[in-house]
Design a protein around this ligand. Sequence first.
Ligand code: SF4
Length: 333
Amino acid sequence: MPDVLLSVEGLTRRFDVSKPWLNRVIEREDRQFLTATADVSFDICKGETFALVGESGSGKSTIAKMIVGLLEPSAGQIRFDGKVMDFASGAAMRALRRRFQMIFQDPFASLNPRWRVGDIIAEPIHTFGLLRGAEVTREVGRLLDLVGLSAADAEKFPHEFSGGQRQRIAIARALSSRPEFIVCDEPTSALDVSVQAQILNLMRDLQDEFGLTYLLISHDLSVVRHMSNRIGVLYLGRLVEVAEAKRLFTEPQHPYTRMLLDAVPDLSLSGRRRTPVTGEIPNPINPPSGCAFHPRCPQVFEPCRHQTPMSTATATGQAACHLLTHDQKAESS
Ligand code: SF4
């Protein structure tokens, strides 16, 4: 069993979406909550790429923000290299923070436009006291070279670069604290298709060279298939399936995973019948009872409407669907 680097257990995040601007006291029972993620658990092993996929509003980015400490969980815990991340302890979080970084979706927004590229990349080096003086300049040049730019680019400003080059700068900055783990939140979705493959290949090369571990957040199944070892599928804040990447595409176990795959015309169906994509993702403030996917599921049956399915082991990983336990019971009787 490979070493687990990151472990997420029962991760839940609720947002109070009551309307305080109405200038009245909202009684506790009248408050409205949006559950962005509910009871999400998974492990990520050292050196692997674990991807989270799902439609917009599935909770992918909320999970990413909680893992890097930008958002505090309402319940559950995150362990990094065996240590529980203690959000209340600034010192403990600071010690861990050097070891994980995040690459954001939009390289136009994530780089300070008033700073020179060299200063942007050097900031984590100064923050964590890793190097001083001329060593910092040399390290910035090395990092720029590593991501396919040149040391001379350190003197330029972000607006002087294309989208793909800016994402390379963001990657150099993420690498500058010498992290072991990088959360990549839709790292190529703001880029031209022609540039996307170059950035993904760069990320893979860097992973091989430095033994990096990635959490990849994406709505793009082609990107996820190209990059991941294992994939977790989220629906309305819940993890409905986790599987080894290749097998998720050939043997999806959960009806929602099948629907997601069938929405992408050029993904192989491996002889399966298509599941038509139907319905809209429900309002997360008032989610459906039982299995939240039941209003859209072509295989819905009675227990789905009132019982939340538990995650169970499957041939390819794990999934939360009554069909799996129903079939198992039928087979064992
Ligand atoms: Fe469909 Fe029921 Fe499975 Fe939910 S639990 S995915 S509604 S069959």
